[in-house]
Design a protein around this ligand. Structure first.
Ligand code: ADP
Ligand code: ADP
Length: 224
């Protein structure tokens, strides 16, 4: 079955639709990019998948099971945002261990923390606090914290947009490598066409709350 399926999903705020009748499915291990201009409803779609926003109409399935009413923490989903949202009083080690400790307080998570840090090349940063790291380093740590418990779905909302161009293209390649290594089903939101084309197995284009087309990157603009 699909990892994620949206069936005519809409989101209404009062009388206004932020998202209208979006139908979309994501295969296990697929990297789907949601592309569109600011305000077109990308984040809202992502937040509905994560359970951070109620669905007004339509149906969400996760792993083939109806999920509209499943609590966020009971979804096997990790999410990463533009803002790093690391805990400022925690070191990198503690930030990465935090979701693991929440789920399983009794176990020593250091081996998992170390293997996550190795994958992200942040082993040298394990004892630093967020304020002692650069923006790029903090974003790596944020990614480590998101993936340390090996979720089956990884949602990224404009994760690179606060970084400069050079760092952005570097981290973009890193994300592609890590996601491929994990084999995790990924939905990645961006307004950046080049980013979408380079990362996505498929690209879903949104405009004014509506899904316009879903295609492989090379077919995106080949149509009349
Ligand atoms: P994007 O991620 O593509 O920038 P969003 O999903 O954040 O777009 O927003 C889609 C639309 O929904 C926008 O018009 C936005 O103003 C509206 N919207 C988002 N959140 C709320 C809210 N809490 N209340 C009212 N309107 C909202
Ligand atoms: P980037 O290009 O990744 O943003 P920077 O040029 O900002 O990196 O930082 C370079 C180095 O300086 C990094 O290794 C980072 O750990 C260190 N660094 C940056 N800001 C601080 C800080 N406030 N305290 C200690 N070290 C810092």
């Amino acid at each position: 079955s699909h990892a994620i399926e949206l069936r005519e999903v809409s989101k209404r705020y009062g009388d206004a639709y932020a998202v209208r009748q979006v139908s979309l499915s994501v295969a296990p291990g697929e990297f789907l990019v949601l592309l569109g201009p600011s305000g077109c409803g990308k984040s809202t779609v992502l937040r509905m998948i994560a359970g951070l926003e109620d669905i007004s109409e339509g149906e969400l399935l996760l792993g083939g099971e109806p999920a509209n009413d499943v609590l966020p923490r009971e979804r096997d989903i990790a999410m990463m945002f533009q803002s790093f949202a690391l805990y400022p009083s925690m070191t990198t080690r503690e930030n990465i261990a935090f979701p693991l400790r929440l789920r399983d307080p009794a176990t020593d998570h250091d081996p998992q923390v170390r293997s996550t840090a190795r994958m992200l090349a942040i082993e040298d940063l394990l004892d630093r606090f967020p304020a002692q790291m650069s923006g790029g380093e903090r974003q790596r740590v944020a990614m480590g914290r998101a993936i340390s418990r090996q979720p089956s779905v990884f949602l990224l909302d404009e994760p690179l947009s606060s970084l400069d161009a050079k760092l952005r293209s570097h981290l973009r390649a890193e994300i592609a490598r890590i996601v491929a290594e994990l084999g995790v089903t990924t939905v990645y939101v961006t307004h950046d066409q080049a980013e979408a084309m380079s990362l996505g197995d498929r690209v879903a284009v949104m405009r004014d709350g509506v899904l316009q087309q879903v295609s492989r990157p090379r077919e995106l603009y080949a149509r009349p």
